[in-house]
Design a protein around this ligand. Sequence first.
Ligand code: AMP
Ligand code: MG
Length: 395
Amino acid sequence: MRTVEEHQQVVAGLISTRPAVAVPLADALGLALAEDVVAPLSLPGFDNSAMDGYAVLAADVATASADNPVKLPVAEDIPAGRTDLLTLAPGTAHRIMTGAMLPAGATAVVQVEATDGATDVVSIYSAVPEGRSIRRAGEDVTAGMTVLPAGEVLSPAALGLAAALGLAELKVIPRQRVLVLSTGTELVKPGTPLQPGQIYESNAVMLAAALRDAGADVTTAPATSDDVALFRETLAGHARDVDLIVTTGGVSAGAYEVVKDALSREVEFVKVAMQPGMPQGAGTVNGTPIITLPGNPVSALVSFEVFIRPPLRAAMGLPSERPRRSATLTEKLTSPAGKRQFRRGVLGTDEQVSSYGPPASHHLRWLATANCLLDIGEDVIELAAGSPVPVWDLS
Ligand code: AMP
Ligand code: MG
């Protein structure tokens, strides 16, 4: 039997980073930058008004007060977006709006609240120091500076900054493209009637969601029956332009193990010393890496967490590990000898953790509302209530 770490290494060795591509900003959220972003211009790009008000020479309004206003003729009206270059003559004011370019010669802006708001001759009720309510060119960003380093995971604010700098695209590490294919003659698509002995297919939608949540682009092939020819045909028909194939089912020790039967040359089928998720497979089909997960839903998702999610995210330049920490177990637990066990758990705000649901791998209900995995070592057969246990925080 392989250890979890050994199989993790095998899977990680199959997944590789795609070449960097330029993508429109709208498609870049959550992706890692492939190169530094160097500002092509300064921000603000020009001196502009921080307030709606009047551009003046501070010296012209030095004596202004509520009782003794200074009156200045309003020579220009400058809304934001006015593009002609203006000069303020001494002894005059320009009415100016927030974000509008400051006229040459102006040394301050008096905000409208400190005036009577007039458009012909304005009364100014308070003096202002030089520089008041002026946003200076370059005070946020200087052209030529690195504003975002390579590797940064793009947030909404980072995209806003890129747009403010006039960049339409960013060079990023692209998403991994993953094909999901589930197998099982008993599987029926949700939304259609069920015959005795059939069950609804649940792995594909679950894994596709987990993959998307991890940052991948996902295609889902129609589930196949346990027919080797149909499985191979479906795989061949859908595995173009993908970086990774993930299958579920058909890899354990019974008969009708369709994935095992179909891919005996391409995939190495192994047992991993873990619970759930013992039967695993990894290999390459026509140059595309393939990971064959077991069919039990809990095994499939836990296997995804343990083997696929970390290297897949690493290949996209994203933080790859779930946050891990030690929590205090609220009850006694037993665990099989020689197997690393991943139990579903509920982690409280007080760092207490309760195991949640039975260990068997078909109990999807508990998995659906668990928020962590308890990571119980191979050698551990019993954990007393109150003992520390490592947890993977899935929230
Ligand atoms: P297998 O690994 O194909 O032997 O399947 C193990 C168990 O998981 C069986 O009870 C299957 O019915 C169930 N199973 C396999 N694939 C799926 C699936 N895609 N959706 C729901 N249950 C599945
Ligand atoms: Mg099956």
